[in-house]
Design a protein around this ligand. Structure first.
Ligand SMILES: [Zn+2]
Length: 271
């Protein structure tokens, strides 16, 4: 496999004698297919996909079904030998979710992605730069950014007034007293994303905005600090991607949190 970014999933497939081709799907929303004829596998990506980054993501998703233990037998149904995928972190099917996670890790392996991330800076601009470096979808890159960054950050995907999902960085998860954003919760009123989503043209035209809001508006808690909030319309998904970052907690409060944490552990060591 490749030692440098971008990873080319089509090359990896062909090295395994897996044919890769464009194919029209039998139903809407299908991103690609894994096809098995006897012992031979083939991968197809849907013909409507024009974005090379998303195409790579879709091929990597099919490679997930090929490589992950149990997947070929589980996902290829009946005698027609075809699995139709809905790649892109929208399906709730566990096999689809696993293949999406595989695709993100395959195209953005941590040991290559992390150094690139350290050079890329912060926020949406960093994610856009990493998208170019990794040649994958903006959405998948944003998720990987939230998984790998050392900073306090989160990405939120929303449709209108509803949150579809939120990925918080490890550092942000460790801040005490903030709420987790849940699927199907409302986008908080008063935030730039809430205003952005009032006009569906913003999503359709892939409008891009850099703004600011407050940590409390999104996550509640006691930290009344200003944060950066960037957003862009993901036109082909009909959704909005928001990046929350630039979160500087007062040092005293961080220390206080740490002291409280140590105190909460101490009784474990007492007789
Ligand atoms: Zn699939």
């Amino acid at each position: 496999m490749g030692l440098a970014l971008p990873i080319d999933p089509i090359r990896v497939a062909r090295d395994r004698d897996i044919e890769v081709a464009a194919k029209s799907a039998s139903s809407g929303g299908v991103s690609g297919m894994l096809i098995r004829v006897g012992d031979q596998f083939a991968i197809a990506y849907a013909t409507h996909i024009e974005n090379d980054g998303f195409k790579n993501f879709c091929v990597a998703h099919e490679l997930g079904h090929y490589f992950l233990p149990g997947h070929p037998d589980a996902v290829i149904q009946g005698t027609n030998g075809v699995h139709e995928s809905r790649a892109g972190f929208t399906s709730t099917d566990p096999y689809e979710m696993q293949a999406d996670r595989f695709a993100a890790a395959f195209l953005m392996p941590r040991h290559l992605f992390f150094p690139a991330l350290e050079r890329a800076g912060e926020g949406l601009a960093a994610i856009e730069g990493l998208e170019m470096t990794c040649k994958t979808s903006l959405h998948a890159t944003a998720i990987r950014y939230a998984q790998c960054t050392r900073e306090l950050a989160a990405i939120v995907v929303s449709t209108g007034s509803r949150i579809d999902h939120c990925f918080m960085s490890e550092a942000l998860k460790n801040v005490r007293g903030i709420d987790w954003l849940r699927k199907r919760e409302a986008v908080p009123r008063g935030t730039p994303t809430h205003a952005f989503n009032q006009d569906s043209n913003n999503v359709r035209k892939a409008v891009r905005v850099e703004s600011t809001s407050n940590l409390q508006q999104w996550f509640g808690g006691k930290h009344n600090v200003s944060i950066s909030e960037d957003m862009i319309g993901l036109a082909s998904y009909g959704k909005t991607l928001t990046v929350l970052y630039g979160i500087d907690l007062p040092e005293a409060e961080e220390e206080e949190d740490e002291a409280a944490l140590i105190e909460s552990w101490t009784p474990l060591f007492r007789r």
